[in-house]
Design a protein around this ligand. Structure first.
Ligand SMILES: Nc1nc2c(c(=O)[nH]1)N[C@H]1C(S)=C(S)[C@@H](COP(=O)(O)OP(=O)(O)OC[C@H]3O[C@@H](n4cnc5c(=O)[nH]c(N)nc54)[C@H](O)[C@@H]3O)O[C@H]1N2
Ligand SMILES: Nc1nc2c(c(=O)[nH]1)N[C@H]1C(S)=C(S)[C@@H](COP(=O)(O)OP(=O)(O)OC[C@H]3O[C@@H](n4cnc5c(=O)[nH]c(N)nc54)[C@H](O)[C@@H]3O)O[C@H]1N2
Ligand SMILES: [Mo]
Length: 768
């Protein structure tokens, strides 16, 4: 459906101002900006109450990102601008009440851009939209649960229901949610991870037998070389910068691999000699590898070849033969493929010169303790799984897994996305988890795999699924191919959003729709037995408690745990084998059952109350054990792939600005990239602009081109973007998500992980 949102109602995108990009992240300005936002949203008293509890031992886990705390919690002085903004957005005093919905029709709200929706505040009451209505109206909680139960019971098959999860949900709520869904009879549990680090999990399970990173913060600090590929920590994981600063102080070298000279990683002066600046002015990146979009697999394979050559010159000094012989399988095939690689292919695929390749290879050869970090620049590619496997190959050949100061570091996004998976939010949980769940509760979990995010959209589009329930998130905006997803949601008989704040998914709805307002991480949670705590897992498998302390936006808002338990009661009636009432009353009882079901969580209630919580087991990290099919860590010799740029076209990556949290837009500035007052911008190399006869500031439409399975070229259009001349490689472009999601084809997904290819969309520019 064409949308009026392209033409903006509340601010004029033509006011966008572009100045020079900033080259340093954090600093005094970050503190000023975040305090200003915090006071605007929360007022001074709540600001102090909130920020003094952020990531402290007796406070709440930051809803910003999944980067771990260093032992003992964060010092107050270590300020994270985007963590403070995430808190301000959640703890805002602004509210969206029944009167708000009475004032604004659905059509009126849907004409507003995401930024406006994001800024209206916290939802206060459960609301319903019945067939034919044009306004949401209040509904009693019990009536809402009954309505959902009736719709679910009316389905012919439990697999016609889809249960989405975003990554902020606590371990307790996630565990109960999957228990409800499996008790109901389906594994349809798509989650945001399907669009995020699924490729990392898929690659790592095959390579090392577990889909999680193998390092701790202490390993990073103790490393002597850190490669950071496809990640923008200055904006998305700001607390990682202080870890990097400590590693540097200990003598570590840092290599940034990115098409863009991101602030916080790099100071961009002379492209061959660059230094990032952080906080007090410590240069971060020793080497900035300005790679072409999609070139990482070729880069890591090429570095592998150079390491073999270095080992030939000084046998036994580069390849860790002992580790390879003892702990790995498939080395021979990897060696043969890698040695046969033509380095000219690598330079063509990456855009990186031979001298720089040699320099990075020399750094790898000299390193005794290497860590490789990565995020969305690698995972959201067609060949994401082989690219990440190539990182694992490189570290395995050097014996860099399962020893202090070295290893694999996929940097997660949402603050509890990793915990949600540990708790069973996955459409294909392994048999041993399902069996333990069944034994513990006396239920029969289905064994047939469920739908992931992309499959769920297809099923709703084609009428194979009719009820959509979301535990958080903003499915309509976060998913690819916006018009297709919107039509899919509108095709449902019921859509239910458990949410903290107003978003697009409330306005793109099924025949009947519900908004169920939930508590967030910062809110106090009081149940029948008193104040409750929840727990979360960070990017490095540390599990710890989070205690909300602020007054919730209204007395009608419920915790996610409570919503799941009450829905279960309505759905299953009395006599269900799961003790939903006692779970709702006392979250310790939930943790006691998690201890019985989830591997590594034995004695959960006691361990999680330790000063820094506890660390989940990770066999490769802990004891160089690899629970793969071969019983060893696997080298894989995939054919090397990269992204070709068709003639006259650009390859577009869709990424985050410094002023958003995924689809929640905080503001219209991207300070670090020098953009002010607008988001419909596209960053293009000046030489490409010249080639296309365009100038900085010109307005263009972006048209994506994708060849479908039938061989036909499909076109998708996003209208009216301002062109910004920017230091991206020639042939590459960048623009913000979610404005560009209409350009991402639903069927363009990563091989094996089915993750939408959000970082490599072929586009052409047309004057608007
Ligand atoms: N403030 C804030 N914090 C967040 C979020 C947020 O929106 N706002 N989102 C959270 C979530 S859910 C996630 S997953 C993380 C995301 O964290 P990031 O992965 O850092 O997020 P993106 O903005 O998608 O940035 C991807 C980076 O990859 C680079 N890149 C793109 N293509 C390639 C490529 O082919 N190769 C290489 N080497 N690099 C490439 C881009 O230039 C960019 O620097 O952040 C989390 N934290
Ligand atoms: N083109 C493109 N698309 C992408 C990406 C990209 O880089 N490019 N990135 C992908 C990635 S990495 C991710 S993780 C997904 C994100 O996808 P989602 O997780 O679905 O999206 P968010 O924008 O994080 O969800 C925001 C909404 O969550 C709700 N919320 C916030 N906190 C809570 C809470 O504590 N409880 C509940 N119940 N609700 C809460 C609020 O109502 C808010 O409006 O998007 C993906 N989509
Ligand atoms: Mo993410």
């Amino acid at each position: 459906m064409a949308s009026t949102r392209d033409v903006d109602a509340t601010y004029d995108e033509r006011d966008v101002v572009v100045s020079g990009a900033e080259h340093e992240a954090a600093g005094v300005k970050a503190v000023m900006v975040s305090l200003q936002r915090a006071v605007e949203q929360m007022g001074p008293v709540r600001t102090v109450a909130a920020l003094s509890k952020l990531n402290q031992r007796h406070g709440f886990d930051c809803p910003g990102c999944a980067w771990p705390e260093e032992h003992g919690g964060r010092k107050l002085a270590e300020f994270c601008e985007n963590g403070a903004k995430a808190v301000a957005e959640e703890a805002t005093k602004r509210v969206v009440t029944p009167e708000f919905f009475a004032r604004h029709s659905i059509a009126e709200l849907d004409a507003q851009p995401e930024y406006w929706l994001s800024q209206q505040g916290r939802l206060t009451h459960p609301m319903v939209l019945r067939p034919g209505d044009d306004h949401y109206r209040p509904i009693a909680w019990d009536d809402a649960y009954r309505l959902i139960a009736d719709e679910l019971h009316a389905l012919d098959d439990p697999n016609q229901a889809v249960f989405y999860t975003s990554g902020r949900t606590s371990n307790e709520a996630a565990f109960l949610y999957q228990l409800l869904v499996r008790s109901f009879g389906t594994n349809n549990l798509p989650d945001c991870s399907n669009m995020c680090h699924e490729s990392s999990g898929t690659a790592l399970i095959d390579a090392i037998g577990i889909g999680k990173g193998s390092v701790t913060v202490d390993d990073l600090i103790a490393s002597d070389l850190i490669l950071i590929a496809g990640q923008n920590p200055g904006t998305n994981h700001p607390r990682m910068l202080s870890t990097l600063e400590k590693a540097k102080a200990n003598g570590a070298k840092i290599v940034a691999i990115n098409p863009l000279p991101e602030a916080g990683l790099i100071r961009f002066k002379d492209p061959q000699k660059v230094h990032g600046v952080v906080g007090h002015g410590v240069p971060i990146a020793d080497e900035f590898v300005q790679i072409r979009i999609g070139g990482d697999m070729a880069l890591f394979a090429g570095l592998g070849k150079l390491l073999f050559e270095a080992d030939d010159k000084a046998p036994g000094t580069v390849v860790d033969r002992d580790f390879v012989d003892r702990h790995t399988a498939g080395f021979g095939e990897y060696e043969t493929r890698t040695r046969a690689l033509d380095l000219d292919t690598v330079t063509d695929a990456t855009g990186i010169g031979r001298d720089q390749l040699d320099r990075v290879a020399a750094m790898l050869t000299a390193s005794r303790r290497t860590v490789v970090c990565w995020a969305m620049g690698l995972t959201q590619q067609k060949h994401a799984v082989p690219s990440i496997t190539e990182i694992s190959n490189l570290l395995l050949m050097r014996g860099m897994i399962g020893k202090p100061g070295a290893g694999l570091c996929p940097v997660r996004g949402h603050s509890n996305v990793q915990g949600d998976r540990t708790m069973g939010i996955w459409e294909k949980m392994p048999e041993r988890f399902l069996a333990a769940l069944d034994t513990r509760f006396g239920i029969s979990s289905p064994r047939e795999h469920g739908m992931d995010t992309v499959d769920a959209i297809r099923a709703m589009r084609d009428g194979r699924a009719a009820v959509f329930i979301a535990m958080g998130g903003n499915f309509a905006s976060a998913t690819p191919d916006t018009p297709v997803t919107e039509a899919a949601l509108r095709n449902c008989s019921l859509t239910v959003q458990v949410s903290t704040k107003l978003n697009r998914s409330h306005l793109v709805h099924g025949r009947t729709a519900l908004i169920l307002p939930s508590l967030g991480r910062t809110d106090r949670d009081i149940q029948a037995t008193g104040k409750q705590l929840v727990s979360v897992e960070d990017s490095m498998s540390m599990v710890h408690l989070s205690r909300g302390s602020l007054r919730p936006p209204s007395e009608h808002v419920r915790s996610e745990v409570s919503i799941v338990c009450q829905l279960a009661r309505a759905l299953f009636g009395p006599g269900h084998p799961v003790p939903w009432e006692s779970f709702n009353a006392d979250y310790d009882t939930i943790r006691d059952t998690i201890a019985d079901v989830v591997p590594g969580c034995e004695d959960y209630n006691r361990k999680v109350r330790g000063p820094d919580g506890f660390q989940l087991p990770h066999p490769p990290r802990d004891s160089r054990e690899f629970h793969t099919a071969t019983g060893k860590a696997n080298f894989r010799a995939y054919p090397v792939e990269w992204v070709e740029i068709p003639h006259g076209r650009l390859v577009l990556q869709t990424l985050r600005s410094h002023d958003q949290y995924n689809t929640t837009i905080y503001g219209l500035d991207d300070r670090y990239r020098g953009v002010k007052g607008g988001r419909r911008v596209v960053f293009v190399n000046p030489a490409d602009l010249q080639r296309f006869g365009l100038a900085d500031g010109d307005r263009v439409d972006l048209i994506s081109e994708f060849t479908g399975a039938d061989g036909q070229v499909q076109e998708r259009r996003a209208k009216d973007f301002a062109v910004v001349a920017y230091a991206t490689p020639q042939g590459n472009a960048a623009a913000y998500y979610p404005e560009t999601n209409p350009l991402v084809p639903l069927d363009h997904t990563a091989a094996k992980s089915n993750t939408p290819v959000s970082k490599a969309v072929v586009i052409r520019l047309e004057r608007a």
